[in-house]
Ligand binder design. Sequence first.
Ligand code: ZN
Length: 161
Amino acid sequence: MADIDTLLAANHSYSRSFASLPEPRPSRHVAVVSCMDTRLDVRGALGLGIGEAHILRNAGGRVTDDVLRSLALSTNAFGVDAVVLMQHTRCGLAGVTDAELRSDTGAEVEFLAFSDHSEALQHDIGVIAGTPFLDGVRTIAGWLFDVDTGVVSELHRRHRR
Ligand SMILES: [Zn+2]
C-alpha cells in the first residue's frame, strides 16, 4: 500500500531550498509528450531543467484530445514551437490490443494501444500536423527511448514553415 505521508515529509526538505521561477513560459520553446512509465525520466533523458519545457504524460505517450487541449495553450499562449513525441521500448501499450486492455481493466475506454512505434508516432505526428489550432508548431519529432540503455533514437521529424 502506498504511503503518501512520506511524500509530504519529503516536501518539507524540498521546500527549504526551493527557488521559485519568475514566470511559467517554457524557456526552450518545446513540449514533450511521453508515456507515464516510471522508468522514463523525461527531464533527465533530454537534459531539461525546471522551467524549460512543457512535459505532458499519459499511458503510451499518445496524442489524445487532452494532449491537444494542453498543446493549444503551449503553442498559442506559452511560445512553444516544437513538439517531441517520445515513446519507449517495452511499453505496456505496445503489442497488445485495446480489447485486451479493456478486459484487463474493466474500463470501456479507448486505450490507443499499438503494435509498431514508428507507425504510432507517424500517426500522432499527423494528428498534430492536421490540427489547425496547432499551426504554430514548426517542428514535430517522434522519438523512442530505450528503457534498457537510456538511448533516445529519432524515428521521425517533420518541419513546417
Ligand atoms: Zn509506456
